[in-house]
Write a protein that binds this ligand. Structure first.
Ligand SMILES: [Zn+2]
Length: 299
């Protein structure tokens, strides 16, 4: 078995180098159907799906396994799948999965190829179905904007794993499994590629609001998710806090103030009250299908 020493490049260097490569005639420059922007990406849809499938069981293991409640799992899947028909391009054809992890950690994340995860710890913090759609929609946005794919491609090229002819040919299965999976999963589920920069987070918020509103959910719930999580981290008034340690979702999805501000601006501009009036929050369904099914001490 081959082993490789791998050291990630600082993201600002990658960003600069990527900019110089994007649309300079190099293979792998495509227009993303969700964002409408050109991007440099060596991964085919098959690569994305394979990478997601390979990394999925490792992340599930590291987050305490799947939740032992098929009914709640089916409900979360239903809410996620409700947004899939509204995804751009061919992303809707990915093998989407929305997996509830049996972990107290407050987190949600996604893998390339349409694998979305949310922990029981984060579900407890949410109050209605629209907020759940907000979290899942945000994660769908990371997948459709191909944020992780972009970083895996960059890291493999600039660390010399893909060079010359292999750039033109794309990844080998061996590269994907031996290099891509550890990049995404890391140790203790803390793969650094699951931590995105400010621009990627704002873009995922924006895409999430688009998907949830198209599926009939009030996008104001996206802001409420951020507010609730900020309070759970001890950053809000009257909060119970969590020992001053921010929820993992906030440390892997940073910049709550910036994001709340941007979400508010998007609500004003793109989702005025007249538009939102017909969109749902659906608190009773969420309370019944999620909160009411959790152990009493968590409710
Ligand atoms: Zn995110």
């Amino acid at each position: 078995m081959r082993t490789r020493t791998f050291r990630p490049w600082p993201s600002f260097i990658l960003f600069t180098l990527t900019l110089t490569l994007v649309c300079s005639g190099l293979v792998g420059c495509t227009t993303n159907a969700a964002t409408g922007k050109s991007q440099f990406n060596m991964m085919s849809r098959e690569d994305e799906i394979k990478l997601g499938e390979e990394a999925k069981p490792q992340l599930i293991d590291q987050y305490g396994g799947r939740i032992d409640d098929a009914y709640m799992q089916a409900y979360v899947t239903e809410v996620g799948m409700r947004m899939v028909p509204f995804i751009e391009g061919d992303y809707g054809e990915l093998p989407w999965e929305f997996i509830v992890l049996d972990s107290d950690v407050i987190n949600a994340f996604a893998l390339p190829g349409g694998k979305v995860f949310i922990t029981r710890g984060l579900l407890v913090e949410l109050e209605d179905e629209a907020m759940l759609a907000g979290v899942l929609g945000h994660e769908i946005g990371h997948v459709t904007a191909e944020h992780a794919d972009k970083q895996v491609s960059n890291q493999m090229i600039f660390s010399g794993i893909l060079i010359g002819a292999s750039v033109a040919a794309g990844f080998s299965d061996d590269d994907l499994v031996q290099v891509g999976v550890p990049l995404l999963v890391g140790v203790g589920g803390q793969g650094f590629l699951l931590k995105f920069g400010r621009g990627d987070e704002l873009q995922a918020d924006s895409l999430g609001m688009r998907y949830m509103s198209r599926a009939g959910y009030d996008p104001a719930a996206q802001r409420d998710v951020m507010v609730v999580l900020k309070e759970a981290s001890g950053g809000g008034s009257g909060s119970a806090g969590s020992g001053g340690r921010p929820p993992e979702f906030l440390s892997t999805h940073p910049y709550p103030e910036t994001r709340i501000d941007r979400i508010n601006k998007a609500l004003e501009k793109d989702y005025p009250p007249s538009v939102r009036a017909s969109l749902a929050r659906d608190r009773p369904a969420y309370q019944q299908n999620v909160i009411g099914r959790l152990p009493d001490e968590e409710q």
